[in-house]
Design a protein around this ligand. Structure first.
Ligand code: SF4
Ligand code: SF4
Length: 406
């Protein structure tokens, strides 16, 4: 069985490496003339980039512990070597393909959340975070985690200044050789009177021992995110983009959008491939998390990650951006500051994304149900409308999302 899996992986690798993403409709003709690293093309492997001060050389696509058993070996063969949410694996569920390899040949990230909470609730508690990681190490038998990642993150610079509990838990574990590097997954908190992700990350880069950051980033995003990526590169802070595929999922299920793709202008590109190539074209960005449900999606993304953008990809992104206008929230949180009701519009529309783009209605409904203020709190005042970079009718969309998830 193991050999069969390996053989499949090799065949898949050949498809990714030798024929690029032909199976997805993206042509490879002319690839040789594009400025792609020859070694990347020759090996068919994902490119790697240095994850900031951690010094880890990580594959450009990030793997996740919730990927299917069938997908993981293929992803490993393609060069995925960094696994987030790895704390979810125990001795029985950690993929055999990883167990077979020397431990130092792949990187495991342990997500550490606020205690008894979510993004807006819960507390930072040094002892409990310390014990949590020790417990997960015992259950998983992996020996150590390469990256300790604070999730359900700082709500404000003030909290990052005054509450050292997460950093202390990391430092204790590091002394014992149980974790190696410190990272954070940072969200915006203007809905609860806190700071924006980039404000907090700028502070952490200069004042706390965080070596790497993860944050929302997609095509058309705010300039402050772009600026953070540039600054992070200069300061040698690693950067992984999350929620990267703004609108790609819903467009792929929209018959009207699919009809538009018949135009020769878009031949030889796809929304997903164009988005991957665009993300990858930012040399300052270390890597990307892309929600991946099956091998076809992975193959499309991995194939695109070894290619450079073409004029057709630019056309495709322009088409997608037009489709997204008025429809797809980019999770920028600009509107939230204007809302007198302090509605977490970004969170609500993020859950809509789980439902409409990832097709995970259960998760979307579960997250939506946990909100203290949902779409019904909107009084329709319209204060948020001028700030929306996507020109979305926010009150109408809140009603629509509530009907879907409420
Ligand atoms: S319309 Fe609704 S979401 Fe927009 S600012 Fe008013 S209350 Fe907030
Ligand atoms: S609704 Fe508009 S302003 Fe608000 S987070 Fe989404 S894209 Fe940004």
């Amino acid at each position: 069985m193991a050999d069969e899996t390996q053989n499949l992986s090799r065949r898949d690798m050949m498809r990714i490496g030798a024929t690029g993403v032909a199976a997805t409709g993206v042509a490879v003709a002319g690839v040789g003339s594009l400025p792609v690293h020859a070694a990347e093309q020759a090996s068919g492997k994902l490119p790697t980039r240095r994850y900031g001060r951690t010094g880890l050389e990580i594959g450009w696509l990030i793997g996740a512990s919730d990927w299917s058993k069938e997908l993981v070996p293929r992803a490993v063969a393609a060069g995925v070597n960094y696994w987030h949410k790895a704390q979810a694996w125990n001795k029985d569920s950690i993929p055999a393909v990883l167990k077979r390899q020397p431990r130092e040949s792949y990187y495991l990230e342990c997500v550490v959340d606020r205690v008894n909470g979510d993004h807006t609730r819960g507390k930072i508690d040094e002892e409990q975070h310390y014990q949590f990681v020790k417990h997960r190490l015992k259950e998983s038998g992996v020996g150590y985690y390469d990256v300790f990642k604070f999730h359900f993150d700082y709500h404000s610079i003030e909290e990052a200044k005054s509450n050292p509990g997460m950093v202390r838990a990391f430092e204790r574990l590091k002394k014992e050789g149980l974790v190696k590097h410190l990272a954070i997954s940072q969200h915006h908190y203007n809905s609860i009177g806190g700071d924006m992700a980039w404000e907090i990350m700028h502070y952490l880069a200069d004042n706390r021992p965080y070596e790497a950051t993860q944050f929302f980033y997609t095509y058309g995003d705010r300039k402050e995110v772009q600026e953070w990526i540039e600054v992070a590169k200069k300061k040698d802070i690693g950067t992984i983009a999350m929620k990267t595929m703004g609108g790609v999922g819903r467009a792929s299920h929209d018959a009207k959008f699919q009809k538009l793709l018949a135009d020769p202008r878009y031949k030889d590109s796809t929304p997903a491939a164009a988005m991957v190539k665009w993300l990858k074209s930012n040399d300052n960005l270390t890597a990307a998390v892309i929600a991946t449900k099956n091998f076809d999606q992975f193959r499309e993304n991995a194939g695109a990650a070894v290619l450079a953008m073409t004029p057709k990809d630019h056309e495709m992104l322009a088409l997608l951006a037009g489709y997204n206008k008025g429809l797809t929230c980019l999770l920028c949180a600009q509107c939230v500051s204007a809302c007198p009701e302090h509605i977490g519009v970004t969170d609500i529309f993020r859950y809509e994304r789980y439902a409409r783009d990832y097709r995970d209605l259960d998760r979307a409904r579960k997250e939506y149900a946990a909100l203290t203020r949902n779409g019904t709190s909107c009084v329709g005042c319209g204060e948020c409308l001028p700030s929306c970079i996507q020109e979305i009718d926010i009150p109408a969309k809140l009603r629509d999302v509530h009907n879907l998830l409420g």
